[in-house]
Ligand binder design. Structure first.
Ligand SMILES: [Zn+2]
Length: 81
């Protein structure tokens, strides 16, 4: 199971479909699971704490990591935000 964005969980299985039982458990316990999986870093949400580097192999894009925890945050186009 992985965090896949605000309020979203992604269930990962080795092969085939995610069992319905697992989906039910995940949705019944979603708030706790999200709390557990979410990056534990508040400064993360502040662009002032982003370290921006040119994205390897993606011309015109910036790769951002968090100055505080070192986590990868995301890619964005150089032009806008
Ligand atoms: Zn962070």
């Amino acid at each position: 199971m992985a965090y896949s964005g605000p309020g979203k969980l992604r269930l990962i299985v080795d092969s085939g479909e995610v069992p319905d039982e697992a989906k039910a458990i995940a949705s019944n316990h979603k708030p706790e699971l999200l709390e557990h999986l979410r990056p534990n870093c508040r400064p993360h949400n502040n662009p002032d704490n982003y370290i921006d580097t040119p994205a390897q192999g993606r011309p015109g894009w910036i790769r951002s990591t968090c100055r505080v925890c070192g986590c990868f945050i995301g890619y964005r186009p150089i032009a806008g935000r």
